[in-house]
Design a protein around this ligand. Structure first.
Ligand code: HEC
Ligand code: HEC
Ligand code: HEC
Ligand code: HEC
Ligand code: HEC
Length: 214
C-alpha cells in the first residue's frame, strides 16, 4: 500500500501530533500565566511562618504538616488545626499569629500563596518520588534553613529529565528519612543497587512524554 520509505515518516507524524496536542495548552499556558516560574521566587505569606524555626530549630518532621506527601500527588499544606495544636497556648497573643486565630474562629482557610507551580499540562506526583527514595531536599533545597520559602530549582522539563535519565545518584536508602536534609551519601553508596531495590523503571519509560504529559 505505502512505499517502504513511508515508515520513516511515522516518527514525524507522531511528533507532529504530540506537538500539535501541546501547542494550544502551551501557547495558552505561557500567555495567560501571571508569572513565569523562576528560581528565587519567594512570595510574601499572610503569616511570617518560618521553616528555619519549625522544621530546623524545633525539628518538626515535614510530614507532620505536609501529611499527604507520601500518599498523593499533591503535598497538602497544614490545616489551621495543626498550627493551633501548639499555638492555642503558645504565643497566643502574637500579632503575627492573628490570621491563624481568625481562620480558626471563622473556619476560613489561611490564604497561603503558592510558591512552586508547574504548568497544568505537566503531571507531577509527590508520592511517586518520595516512596522511591527521592528526598525533599533534591527538589526544594534547604527548606529547614529558610525564613521564607523560595523556589530553588528551575522545575523545567530539562531539569526533570536530567534526573529521569539517570536517577541512581539521586536516591537514598530506605533507612534514611526522605525528609532528612542533612544526609549525604557515604563511601559505600551504590545508586545502581538502590535503583533495583526500588524497582525504578527503565530510562525509556522515565523519558517518555506520557510519563509527564498525560
Ligand atoms: C509543635 C509545636 C508548633 C506547631 C505545630 C507550630 N508552631 Fe509555630 N511556633 C512554635 C514555637 C515553639 C515557636 C517559638 C515561640 C517563641 O519564640 O517563644 C513558634 C513560633 C511561631 C511564630 C512566631 C510568633 C512570634 O510572634 O514570635 C509564628 C508566626 C508561628 N509559629 C506560626 C506557626 C504556623 C503558621 C503554624 C502552622 C503551620 C505553626 N506555627 C505550628 C511551635 C509550633
Ligand atoms: C509546622 C508545619 C510545617 C512543617 C513542619 C513544614 N512545613 Fe512546609 N509549609 C508549611 C506552611 C504553613 C507552608 C505555606 C507557607 C510558606 O510557604 O511558608 C509551607 C510551605 C512549604 C513549601 C512551599 C509550598 C508551595 O507553595 O510551593 C514547601 C516546598 C515546603 N513547605 C516544604 C517543607 C519541607 C521540605 C519540610 C521539612 C523540612 C517542611 N515543609 C516542614 C508548614 C510546615
Ligand atoms: C522530584 C522533585 C520533588 C520532590 C522529591 C519533592 N517535591 Fe515538593 N514539589 C515539587 C514540584 C515540582 C512542586 C510543584 C507541583 C505542582 O505545581 O503541581 C512541588 C510542590 C510542593 C508543595 C506545594 C503543594 C503542591 O503539591 O503543589 C509542597 C508543600 C511540597 N512540594 C512539599 C514537599 C515535601 C515535604 C517533600 C518531601 C517529603 C517534597 N515536596 C518532595 C517537587 C518535588
Ligand atoms: C532527583 C530526581 C528526580 C527529579 C528531579 C524528578 N524526578 Fe520524577 N521520578 C524520579 C524517580 C526516581 C521516579 C520513580 C520512577 C519509578 O517509579 O520507576 C520518578 C517518577 C516520576 C513520575 C511517576 C511515573 C509513574 O508512572 O509512576 C512522574 C509523573 C514524574 N516522575 C514526573 C516528574 C516531573 C514532572 C519532574 C520535574 C518537575 C520530575 N519528575 C523530577 C526522579 C526524579
Ligand atoms: C520528566 C518529565 C517530562 C517528560 C518525560 C517530558 N516532559 Fe515535556 N515538560 C515537562 C515540564 C516540567 C515542562 C515545563 C513546565 C513549565 O515550564 O511550567 C515541560 C514542557 C513541555 C512543553 C512546553 C514547551 C517548553 O519547552 O516549555 C512541550 C511542548 C513538551 N514539554 C513536550 C514534551 C514531549 C514531546 C515529550 C516527550 C519527548 C516530553 N515533553 C517529555 C516535563 C516532562
Amino acid at each position: 500500500m505505502f512505499p517502504r520509505w513511508a515508515n520513516y515518516l511515522l516518527p514525524a507524524i507522531v511528533l507532529g501530533a504530540v506537538g500539535g496536542a501541546f501547542y494550544l495548552p502551551v501557547a495558552f499556558g505561557l500567555g495567560a500565566s501571571p508569572k513565569t516560574m523562576a528560581v528565587g521566587y519567594a512570595p510574601t505569606q499572610p503569616v511570617p511562618y518560618s521553616h528555619a524555626l519549625h522544621a530546623g530549630k524545633l525539628g518538626i518532621d515535614c510530614r507532620y504538616c505536609h501529611n499527604t506527601v507520601e500518599k498523593t500527588a499533591f503535598a497538602a499544606l497544614p490545616a489551621t488545626q495543626t498550627c493551633m495544636n501548639c499555638h492555642t497556648n503558645l504565643k497566643a497573643d502574637s500579632v503575627n499569629l492573628k490570621p491563624i486565630r481568625d481562620s480558626w474562629s471563622t473556619g476560613k482557610p489561611v490564604p497561603w500563596v503558592k510558591v512552586h507551580d508547574v504548568a497544568d499540562y505537566v503531571f507531577f506526583n509527590h508520592s511517586a518520588h518520595v516512596n522511591h527514595g527521592v528526598g525533599c531536599v533534591e527538589c526544594h533545597g534547604r527548606i529547614d534553613r529558610m525564613e521564607v520559602v523560595s523556589q530553588q530549582k528551575p522545575l523545567s522539563m530539562g531539569w526533570c529529565l536530567e534526573c529521569h535519565r539517570d536517577p541512581g545518584p539521586h536516591l537514598r536508602p530506605r533507612d534514611v528519612k526522605v525528609t532528612d536534609m542533612n544526609w549525604t551519601p557515604g563511601a559505600d553508596f551504590d545508586g545502581e543497587k538502590l535503583k533495583k531495590e526500588y524497582g525504578i523503571r527503565d530510562t525509556a519509560y522515565m523519558q517518555s512524554c506520557y510519563t509527564c504529559h498525560r
